[in-house]
Design a protein. Structure first.
Length: 441
């Protein structure tokens, strides 16, 4: 079942040229197009399916600083302010609010790990608070049990995955961007060693800049230009229940289950980190790069099936640009949720949060979380192909930092002082520190 999502209208026609073309209308691509258009560039945002239809509408909706990797913390902090600024300046409702995030635990080691992060984050001015046993039990009173400790992040919040990317793309159109849905970018044209155009299924757009924000499709797309970008995807399954449960925190995480209040009064439920690994040729190609990550997460990851192969987003093939590609055959990456995971999530939710015992499931869906070997996104120009800017591999963090990522990409394209230091995200950090290399297959 596809995750709920707002539909918006497309622009009318494909321009022959543009200052920049953004490929992929998820949250990062939509924000990149928005900020580029606001700066006065002629921008085209192309999407093979519908705006926000893949992972950007399939996540929890959390916008957090809490427990972020130190490399991502600055852009996370900036993104919270940009979520607010976007809603204030455009009048669009992305469902963002600083509702606070609550973390509860009975594991002393986990509690101490969170506390250590809080001590570090406070040195950077982040407001995050450890909870004593009494405070955690009070904040978790909806669970009906005592807790040993936790964390409360009062300035963190959530946005609405069903609305966010579409309303950002709509704002980009009002700022002058052209947004084209059902328009797959098949590949790139190169002249004199640099990018010269984007080939779409409806024609070629001449442009000196292309931003690849294609989520789980990014590695396969880069491969068409002979570039190797290590990327692997995990299939995560989530469900939503209808209204009726009262007294729950707006956003609650426990090891057993996490719950997020939805705009309709219901809740999104998930088990953090739990996922299926669907083997693909691309995963085998980059398996060595991802062994450390899989080794750390072996308790929460289980072998999947052939959905990844059937979807076509992680193949190793090269496709001709004058014929339909795997992206046109799979307009929306909509994998089947794992039934066992959905059942276990519902069982745990009822056990941890009694108010959810009688809740009715309104939807269940899955999505592919695209990851890099170090769990940090790749953002920046690809040295091997000047003019191509990568914005991919967000490793499950892209929704929350979408505004900051889009703004950083715009800064890099425009040559402005960047929002945050871009060095930790540079694409050339892979392959032993070499630039994003020419693929060898």
């Amino acid at each position: 079942m596809t995750a709920p999502r707002l539909e918006i209208a497309s622009s009318e026609s494909l321009p022959a040229e543009a200052d920049a073309v953004v490929i992929g209308a998820g949250i990062v691509g939509s924000f990149a197009a928005y900020y580029l258009a606001r700066a006065g560039l002629k921008v085209v945002l192309v999407e093979k399916g519908r705006v926000g239809a893949e992972q950007s509408s399939r996540n929890w909706g959390w916008c957090r600083q809490q427990n972020r990797d130190a490399r991502e913390l600055p852009i996370s902090t900036q993104s919270l302010a940009l979520w607010e600024e976007f809603q204030r300046e455009t009048g669009e409702d992305a469902g963002f609010s600083r509702c606070g995030l609550t973390y509860l635990s009975d594991d002393p080691a986990e509690i101490e790990g969170w506390a250590a992060w809080v001590r570090f984050a406070r040195t950077l001015g982040v407001d995050s608070r450890t909870l004593s046993a009494a405070e955690a039990t009070d904040r978790g009173r909806a669970t009906g049990k005592a807790w040993k400790g936790g964390v409360f992040a009062p300035t963190d919040g959530t946005a609405d995955p069903s609305r966010a990317a579409p309303v950002v793309a709509r704002a980009a159109m009002r700022a002058g961007a052209c947004v084209l849905q059902d328009c797959a970018a098949r590949g790139l044209e190169v002249a004199a060693g640099r990018l010269a155009g984007v080939v779409t299924e409806h024609g070629t757009i001449r442009t000196p800049i292309a931003v690849m924000a294609g989520g789980a499709w990014a590695s396969a797309f880069c491969r068409q230009s002979g570039l190797a970008f290590p990327q692997a995807s995990i299939r995560s399954s989530i469900l939503a229940v209808g209204p009726g449960a009262e007294g729950l925190p707006a956003a609650l995480h426990t090891r057993q289950v996490s719950a997020t209040r939805r705009a309709d009064g219901g809740h999104t439920l998930a088990i953090s980190g739990l996922g299926r690994v669907d083997p693909t040729l691309q995963m085998l190609r980059y398996g060595r790069d991802f062994l450390p990550m899989f080794a750390r997460r072996w308790r929460s990851l289980a072998p999947g099936g052939l959905q990844g192969v059937a979807s076509g987003h992680e193949g190793l093939g090269r496709w001709p640009l004058d014929r339909p590609t795997p992206m046109e055959r799979m307009r929306i990456l909509d994998p089947r949720p794992d039934r066992g995971t959905i059942a276990e999530t519902l069982r745990r939710a009822g056990a941890v949060l009694p108010a959810l015992k009688t809740a009715k499931v309104t939807a269940a869906w899955a999505g592919y979380i695209d990851s890099t070997p170090d769990g940090v996104p790749a953002m920046g120009e690809v040295a091997a192909l000047p003019g191509l800017v990568l914005a991919a591999g967000f490793s499950g963090h892209g929704f929350g930092i979408g505004p900051g990522a889009g703004r950083l990409i715009a800064d890099l394209v425009l040559g402005r002082v960047p929002l945050v230091d871009p060095h930790p995200y540079r694409p050339d950090r892979f392959h032993g520190g070499q630039r994003l290399e020419v693929a060898k297959f």
